[in-house]
Design a protein around this ligand. Structure first.
Ligand code: CA
Length: 228
């Protein structure tokens, strides 16, 4: 998923980018409130990890501003926000949750716990209660990062996995190439113009031709159900 890490400690930010990158998330960072706002207003993110103590103010300010956005604007007022802070006082926690934080982690935290909480927020945001996604004989487990086809494990790269997850979560809606790219790539990553096509080609080879359909000139989609 596309994640913005708002964190002014370069050590923590770098560690988060590395850890989440390994899981296939596309992570950008912002070290100040103003940089975070500019980034969120420019690109569609799916989750914000928010530090509170920032050089130009309190992270709560950013949260308040996001939640006050009119619907349909960027950033989305319903954007999931996970607050991470060194403050472990109950009062800071309550204030954050009252302001509309979706979850809370006190630093230092276990990166695996963070990843699990992120998956839970993602499930909630996409309205899914179950943890696994199934389509025909294909079964995807976002937590374990595994894909089964007819019960047999299929090896996917982190990027292929992200493309598959994006399309399965959006089904039966079409995602444009730009929308898929936005989920996969950070601002500063150079992008081959045919990168998404290459991922889709490999996914079809590994998972069958019926799964991902092309809408010429528009994008790709996964049908609600496999054709009989
Ligand atoms: Ca800080």
């Amino acid at each position: 998923m596309r994640v913005l890490v708002v964190e002014d400690d370069p050590g923590i930010a770098t560690a988060l980018v590395a850890h989440l990158g390994r899981l296939g998330d596309a992570v950008d960072t912002a070290g100040t409130l103003s940089q975070a706002w500019a980034t969120l207003a420019a690109e569609p993110f799916e989750l914000v990890l928010l530090d509170l103590g920032l050089p130009d103010g309190d992270g709560m300010e950013l949260l308040r501003r996001i939640r006050a956005q009119p619907a349909g604007r960027m950033p989305d007022p319903a954007l999931p926000v996970l607050v991470m802070t060194a403050r472990d006082q109950v009062s800071a926690r309550i204030a954050g949750l009252d302001l509309g934080a979706d979850d809370y982690l006190t630093k230092p935290f276990d990166p695996d716990e963070l990843a699990a909480r992120m998956r839970a927020l993602r499930r909630r945001a996409t309205g899914r209660a179950q943890t696994r996604l199934a389509w025909g004989d294909i079964e995807v487990d976002p937590a374990a990062h595994t894909v089964l086809r007819g019960g047999q494990p299929v090896e996917l790269s982190a990027r292929e996995f992200s493309v598959l997850l994006a399309l399965l979560e959006a089904r039966p809606h079409v995602l444009s190439r730009a929308q898929i790219e936005a989920r996969l790539y950070r601002f500063d990553e150079a992008l081959e113009s045919n990168a998404i096509e290459v991922h889709v080609h490999r996914l079809r080879r590994k998972l069958g031709e019926g799964l991902i359909r092309t809408v010429r000139g528009v994008g790709y989609f996964v049908p609600a159900e496999p054709s009989p």
